[in-house]
Structures are given as C-alpha cells and as structure tokens.
Design a protein around this ligand. Structure first.
Ligand code: 13P
Ligand code: SF4
Length: 366
C-alpha cells in the first residue's frame, strides 16, 4: 500500500555513501539517549550498522515496549512501526524512514474483509467458539479486531505458544481463524499435531471463504488465503537440488515458506531462530537458508567458517524492506536534530487501545 510522504530532498539523493554515513553518525551523536534505532534483520547493511538493537519482529516489539527513548526510528516495515507506536508511551514518537515500506502480505487482509468473514461465519457456526489470531504482519486495525474478539497477535517465533493458548480458550469444538499468512498458520497447526483434515483455506474473495458449511464446521483452523511473496518462492525442488550437491548440508527455513518446503527442512523458525541455528553450526557446515536475502548474505559474511547460501539461487529481496536506505535514515535523523518530526507513525487511540490488548496477550503468553 503506497503512503504519501514528502519527496526526499536532493541533498540526500545526491549524497555519497560515506557522506550519508557521516551525517547519520553526527545526527545520532546529537540526539544521544533521546533516540533509539531499531533494525529488522532484513535491512540492508548500510542501515543495519546504525541499529541500537537488531531483531525479529517479536524481539523488536519487546525492545519498543521497554525503550524509554523519545524517538524510536524503526528500520523495518509499516506494521512493525505501528506495533511499536501501540506499545510505547504517549510522549514517545515512532518514525518509519520511508512511509512506503509496507508489507504485501499484511495488505492481503483488511479489517473490512475480516469483519465480513466473521459475519459469514456467524451465519453458519457459533463464533463464540472461534479465536481470531493475527500474525504480527497485519495492520493495527486487525490487531484491534482480534483484541476486541478475545484473540491475540502472534509472530513467527511464538506462533506455537499462541495457537496452543488459543485452543485452550474455548471447548473441544474451538476453532482458530488465522490471518493473513496461511503458511505460518498451517505449519504451526501441523507442528501441533493437527492434520490437513483439520484445516481449511478461507478465500476472502469468495462467499463463505469458498468453503462448504460442513467444512467450516469441521475445521479447527481456518487459514486466510495470504502469503509472503518472498518466502513462497522457495520450492521443494530447491531443497532437492541443494541436498543432491551437499548431502551433508543443512536446510533452515522460515515458517512463512510453504509446508512442502518446511517438511523437507532440517530446522524451521523465525529470523532470530535462523541466526541462532547458524551460530550453533560446526565449522565447515554448508547451510542453505530460506529467507530474505539480506539476512542470508549477512549471515554468510559474519560466519566465514561456514558456507551459507540462499536455498533459492535466484533470490528475491523484500522490496519494501529495501526501501529503507541510508538516505532516508539520514533525512529523518537530521530532521529530528532540527526539531522536526517527519514520517511519524501514529495509531488512533481507540484502535491502539484494542490492539494493545491483543499485543499484550501475546507478550504475556510468549
Ligand atoms: P520475523 O518475525 O521472523 O522477523 O519475520 C518477519 C517477517 O516479515 C518475515 O517475512
Ligand atoms: Fe512482508 Fe514478506 Fe517482506 Fe516479511 S518478507 S516484510 S512478510 S513481504
């Protein structure tokens, strides 16, 4: 989703890398403790080097919740900055260096379609038995919906714990409506011991999600038809090709990958988990990683005693994470030094209140 912002002034677009680095360093120094820069693992190195804390979306939401900095510059994507705004105090300001850094998966579910799905479900089944769970990769309005309906947010690092919690909230007929990523929902449900018969994909473009009433009633997991375009590129054929050239190699994948890829992997987990798994590997291990290329490349650079490659040799970066660059970072920081706040992310108080309930449930569960 494109969001309007003022164009980046020419003094940034024409600056060289070393000049931008000097400007960022000076602005950071001038702002001191008033500033905290958070960097998601998919950020470019030219941005990540300035992060005061790096993390996956769960770790960064915790950092935001505990930070006392006046300005939190979030080098990540829009939904992460929104969550940070919800979890920080009223006097703190959250800034996203480029407002067009969205997430195509998050855009696959909006509150109107989820509300409509809820009403359609209510016509055929008892919605009191349904716990809605939204992946962190979703707009604040969806987190608020979930907060109002007794559900919670989850991230890729705590989806198992949150779904276990959700299934305990109601009786034996309880269901989970999981959005927007069908893959994380499916992979976690399999991980919890459920089978394909327990799950159905809800297509928001079709009446009753394209499902029969009997299927809706018989399913434990209704999985929203959304996906990440970066992670769905990884295919079982990539695992097979890697294994035939590196029979001793390891395959580590993110749970946004399709289940047929996850099934063939040695390990599966969030970006923080992937980093920890690489750090545990014996020297000389060859590892194929299925996640965004900037993280894979950084892991390869930081672990020269291992051979780390992307599982898909024709890699595709996350184009929205890539929007945050040194020029935008320098711009928002220099504006702060000048006393101007640009690209602030604010969630209205009513939405924020309901969304905070859902985020807090997640933080309490995990
Ligand atoms: P993590 O929570 O693992 O950092 O993932 C966020 C994300 O957007 C993955 O595509
Ligand atoms: Fe969204 Fe996929 Fe990019 Fe993650 S990698 S921010 S899910 S588009």
């Amino acid at each position: 989703m494109l969001r309007l912002q003022s164009p980046l002034p020419e003094s940034y677009t024409t600056s060289t890398g070393p000049d931008l680095a000097e400007r960022i360093a000076a602005a950071k120094k001038a702002l001191g403790d008033r500033l905290m820069i958070l960097g998601h693992h998919y950020q470019r190195d030219e941005v990540m080097r300035w992060a005061d804390a790096r993390g996956d979306s769960f770790g960064l939401s915790r950092q935001a919740a505990t930070s006392e900095a006046e300005y939190i510059v979030f080098c990540g994507v829009h939904f992460m900055a929104e969550s940070a705004d919800i979890l920080t105090g009223p006097s703190q300001k959250v800034i996203l260096p480029d407002l067009n850094a969205g997430c195509s998966m998050a855009d696959m579910a909006d509150v109107d379609s989820v509300d409509e799905a809820w009403h359609e479900l209510a016509a055929v089944t008892d919605v009191d038995d349904i716990v809605p769970i939204t992946y962190m990769n979703s707009a604040a309005a969806l987190k608020a919906f979930v907060g109002r309906m007794g559900g919670a947010v989850c991230t890729s690092s705590n989806a198992r714990a949150v779904l276990t919690w959700a299934l305990r909230q109601k009786g034996p007929d309880s269901k989970v409506l999981f959005f927007p990523d069908q893959h994380l929902g499916r992979n976690t449900a399999y991980d919890l011991g459920f089978s394909e018969d327990d799950m159905a994909v809800w297509d928001p473009r079709r009446d009753l999600g394209g499902l029969d009433e009997a299927i809706v009633k018989g399913s434990r997991f209704l999985l929203w038809k959304g996906h990440c375009s970066v992670h769905q590129r990884f295919r079982p054929a990539h695992v097979e090709a890697f294994r035939s050239s590196h029979p001793e190699g390891k395959v580590i994948v993110h749970p946004e990958c399709a289940h047929d890829v996850v099934e063939l992997a040695d390990e599966v987990g969030s970006t923080d988990f992937i980093i920890a798994a690489v750090e545990r590997a014996q020297p000389g291990t060859v590892i194929a990683v299925a996640t965004e290329i900037h993280l894979v490349q950084r892991l390869a650079d930081e672990h020269p005693h291992l051979k780390i490659v992307s599982l898909d040799p024709l890699v595709c970066p996350c184009s929205t994470m890539f929007r945050i660059d040194a020029a935008h970072l320098a711009w928002v920081l220099e504006e702060l030094v000048a006393g101007r706040v640009v690209n602030q992310i604010t969630v209205d108080p009513v939405t924020a209140g309901d969304a905070r309930v859902a985020l807090q449930r997640m933080l309490d569960i995990a």
